[in-house]
Structure formats: C-alpha cells, structure tokens
Design a protein around this ligand. Structure first.
Ligand SMILES: NC(=O)c1ccc[n+]([C@@H]2O[C@H](COP(=O)([O-])OP(=O)(O)OC[C@H]3O[C@@H](n4cnc5c(N)ncnc54)[C@H](OP(=O)(O)O)[C@@H]3O)[C@@H](O)[C@H]2O)c1
Length: 277
C-alpha cells in the first residue's frame, strides 16, 4: 500500500504545491485547512489531474480537538500515517509595542501550537510502528532575525528549537524530524499578513514612511525580487528532504542570508538594522 502523508495549510501556497508533489510520488493524501471551499477545490484538482487518493478535512490547527478528529479520520481511512507536514502558518509585521499580547497569542496559536497539536496527535501511531517522518516548515525568520517581525521570528525560532530537540528525542525510536526553512515565497502569505502599521498609522515612523513606504508596499516590492521562491520550489525541497532523510534545508536564496548570519552575526545584524521596515 502507498505511503500516507498529512499536510496542514494544504489549500494554498506551499501546502497545495506540496500536496501535488507528494501525489505525483504516489502518496495517499490527508489534507487540512480551515476554509472548506478552497480545501475541497484542492482535493478535486488533485483527484482530477493526478487521480490522487485524497481525504480533505476542514480543520483549524489551533483547535486540538479538531486536529485529533482529522488524524482519527485519517487512520480510519488509511490505517496508518507515514509522514506529517506541518505547514499552516500566518504572518504579522509590526514594531514590538504595536504587537499586543493578543497578536502574540494569535501568531503562536497557529505557527507554534498548531505544530504541537498535530505532532501530539500523530505520534502514538508512528511510535507504535517505529517509523515516520515529521516535517516542520519554519522560515528564514526562524534562523536569523528580521526587522520589525519579533513575533513572527519568535514563533519560527520556537519551531526551530522544537524541531531540533524533537529530532534528538525521536531518532532512536525510528522517527525522523526535518526542518524546512523557506525565504520569501510568492504565495498569498505576505498579502494576507497582518501589517500592524495599518492599524496604527499614527505610530508608524514618518521618516521611515517617507523613505520606504508602508510595510505592505515594501513587501510588494520585495516580492518582485530575483531572490523570491515559488511554492513549487519549496514543495520540491520538502520532498527531497523526505526522500533523502535530510535533517534541515534552507530553501532558495535564503540559504546565503542564513549562512552569512550564522557565520558573521556581528556583521549581518547591523545591516539588518538598516534594512527598510
Ligand atoms: N510565503 C512566504 O514568504 C514564507 C516564507 C517563509 C516561511 N513560510 C512558511 O510557509 C508556510 C506556508 O506558507 P504559504 O506561503 O504557503 O502561506 P499561504 O499561501 O498563506 O497558505 C497558508 C495555508 O495555511 C492555511 N491556514 C492558515 N491558518 C490556518 C489554521 N489556523 N488552521 C489550518 N490551516 C490554516 C490556509 O488556509 P485557511 O486560511 O483556509 O485555513 C492556507 O491553506 C507557513 O508556515 C509560513 O510561515 C512562508
């Protein structure tokens, strides 16, 4: 029987591209995202274009009981879980003081706790079978700091720490934990991001606005750059990491920035301080 992969945030962007990539490799799919219409459309597209076997269950990863129900339905349908891809995430940009405790909680609930809930739900089956792969999609913002994104970076550094510690814990039990860290990706992610300077225009630095425009304008400019990846490139990196049992991958041009920061944090930090915000 073909292997089974679970993917969160599977209706759009990297998650949708990853579902197509794994379907082409013959995996049976179990897909989750909140919006039933886009999730159902992704399942239909996979079935019609690749004749893929798909279970699609509308699920909010911040709600542990919804995650448990999705995993239970997957086990009922397929009988096992070979690979979990934790991918659902949201983005937020703003200064530390613009970011309220509610914003921090909203971001951590998806980007960090969402990963905890899914791992807790799939692990008993993987441990029983002494085999499995867990891919945590992080970010270059979980490997190096990004200006005006302390909450997003904290959530993705938390994913990096979780990934590395869990890898040590689970490797002896036959379960592999992989970190995949994209740079800037041309999906709806940044367009859907919460830009806190739009909620507090009076608090945005007038000098910064005059020089660089709003954070949203800067993001739109950044998406024109040659360093931007497509969701399919990240999906391929995830598949190659799973196939080759890699521990960690930084995708695309981000690997140069992360490499430079890792080797020379004292030099790269000040450059980032001068970057547009
Ligand atoms: N795009 C980038 O520039 C970039 C860069 C570095 C890292 N990443 C990481 O890559 C991952 C995917 O990003 P993307 O660019 O593919 O984003 P995207 O295009 O915005 O897609 C996000 C997906 O996650 C789902 N989702 C959001 N909140 C959810 C929740 N609470 N429960 C379940 N599903 C949820 C969305 O569907 P619903 O809204 O219907 O739930 C959608 O399917 C994220 O972890 C992100 O941090 C992205």
């Amino acid at each position: 029987m073909a292997d089974v992969v679970l993917i969160t945030g599977a209706s759009e962007g990297i998650g949708r591209a990853t579902a197509f990539t794994f379907a082409r490799q013959g995996y049976r799919l179990s897909l989750a995202a909140r919006t039933p219409e886009t999730l159902r459309q992704t399942a239909i597209d996979l079935e019609q274009s690749l004749n893929a076997e798909v279970l699609a269950v509308p699920t909010d990863v911040t709600q542990p009981e919804q995650v448990e129900s999705w995993v239970a339905k997957t086990l009922e349908r397929y009988g096992r879980i070979d690979c979990l891809i934790n991918n659902a995430g949201i983005c937020m940009s703003g200064s530390f003081l613009q970011t309220t405790p509610e914003h921090w909680q909203q971001l951590m609930a998806v980007n960090f706790w969402g990963y905890i809930h899914t791992i807790r739900a799939v692990l008993p089956d993987m441990l029983k079978r002494k085999r499995g792969q867990i891919v945590n999609v992080g970010s270059m913002g979980g490997k190096m700091p990004l200006p005006n994104m302390s909450a997003y970076c904290a959530s993705k550094y938390a994913v990096s720490g979780l990934t590395e510690a869990l890898r040590l814990e689970l490797q002896p039990q036959g379960i592999q934990v992989i970190g995949v860290h994209p740079g800037i990706v041309n999906s709806s992610f940044l367009k859907r991001a919460l830009f806190l300077d739009e909620l507090h225009p009076e608090a945005a630095s007038q000098d910064a606005l005059a020089a660089d425009g709003s954070a949203r304008e800067q993001m739109e400019q950044a998406l024109q750059g040659f360093w931007v990846s497509q969701p399919e490139e990240v999906a391929t990196a995830i598949w190659e990491a799973v196939r080759e049992s890699k521990s960690e991958v930084v995708v695309g041009m981000a690997r140069w920035a992360v490499g430079a920061y890792t080797l020379f944090p004292g030099w790269v930090g000040p450059i980032l301080q001068g970057a547009p915000r």
